[in-house]
Design a protein around this ligand. Structure first.
Ligand code: FAD
Length: 323
């Protein structure tokens, strides 16, 4: 049996992503239940201090791949570093956050090792001595349980577990990785055009999902309720994928993580990737015509109704109440 390797992720602002500490707490539970050890790798430029911090906060013995060229890492450079770390750590379970950079590199690592790749896990457990990986399928309607032989590379949903708290034993050691002969070269980072939407600062968010049906219905139905409540408009991913609203409006694991005082989910089913982005809201109202929609499981108030009846009526009622 091998060890567990946590791939810690460095954010654009130069810290360790919170989800890496969640991987640490998950890894420690799995290690205790399976007899594995916990090791980590931190990859970047000038990341020695971050690696020491991670080692003492759940990461355990931490390999540090530190090279000036890694300030602008690519999936190719990360892949090389992770592959080297897997070997050095003698790992048979590799945990990577299910984030854009995680899902960029994880399949490449697994394919290179001819290992199993299990993406988007919301839980990993040890059952009867074996690792069991849980992920949601069919838009969150079913939970699948998977097991795999040999080395497994798994990505884990941010928010799937609590972050590690407290301190851990752990040292850091440098890991040399050859970065010669790369096929991809970093060119530049371009900031997306600002649209003026910053959902992370809004106290009230009214989000529309695929149930809203079309681009025109957002300014007609969703925006007026957001405005009368003094809030901002948000959206689920299919809305953004369809081009009805821009990406800064997207709430969820590949969009914004928001914690407003009031979150109103309209025509949104409640897939785990959406819930990850809004379940920390103080008060959640869900409007959906399907009484079995998973969004109702996290809602403080659930309204089973056609959104085109209820939302304009709600907007009118709030307008009238405000005088
Ligand atoms: P649907 O699941 O199609 O739900 C539409 C809902 O509208 C249904 O529940 C239906 O009952 C209801 N409805 C329809 N008509 C009406 C009506 N007239 N009145 C009332 N209710 C009505 N999703 C995100 O949202 N954010 C993310 O960041 C995100 N990241 C992802 C990352 C990855 C790697 C993957 C694989 C998926 C991601 N997703 C994300 C997609 C996610 O899995 C779901 O597909 C998505 O959240 C579903 O969006 P939805 O609820 O709007 O659509």
């Amino acid at each position: 049996m091998g060890n567990i390797l946590i791939v810690a992720e460095i954010t654009a602002t130069g810290g360790i992503r919170e989800s890496s500490y969640e991987l640490a707490s998950m890894a420690r539970k799995l290690a205790e239940a399976s007899g594995r050890g916990v090791k980590s790798v931190v990859i970047g430029s000038g990341v020695g201090d971050l690696a020491s911090e991670f080692a003492s906060k759940g990461g355990g013995d931490t390999l540090v791949v530190d090279d000036a060229s890694l300030a602008n890492a690519t999936a190719e450079t990360n892949n090389r570093a992770i592959r080297a770390a897997i070997e050095a750590a003698d790992a048979d379970l590799v945990l990577i956050s299910n984030t854009p950079s995680g899902w960029d590199v994880a399949p490449r690592v697994a394919a290179g090792l001819d290992a199993a790749y299990i993406s988007d896990c919301f839980n990993i457990a040890v059952e009867d001595g074996a690792l069991v990986f849980y992920r949601r399928i069919f838009n969150g309607k079913l939970d699948a349980q998977l097991s795999a032989e040999g080395t497994v590379v798994a990505t884990v949903q941010p928010g799937a577990t609590e972050a590690f708290e407290g301190s851990s034993e752990g040292s850091t050691s440098a890991l040399e990785v050859s970065l010669e002969g790369l096929q991809t070269q970093f060119v530049e980072t371009k900031k997306a055009d600002a649209t003026g939407v910053d959902l992370t600062k809004a106290d009230v968010i009214v989000s529309g999902g695929r149930g809203v049906g079309s681009e025109e219905k957002f300014p007609e139905v969703i925006q007026p309720l957001a405005e009368v409540l003094g809030g901002a408009m948000g959206a689920s991913r299919p809305v953004v994928d369809a081009g009805w609203l821009d990406h800064p409006y997207q709430v969820g694991s590949s969009g914004q993580v928001v914690t407003p005082k009031l979150y109103i989910a309209v025509g949104i089913s409640g897939a785990i990737q959406h819930l990850v982005g809004m379940k920390g809201s103080n008060y959640i109202i869900a409007i959906n015509k399907d009484p079995d929609a998973p969004i109702f499981e996290v809602a403080d108030v659930g309204v089973v109704a056609d959104l085109f009846d209820i939302v304009p009526a709600l907007t009118a009622a709030v307008t009238a109440a405000k005088g």
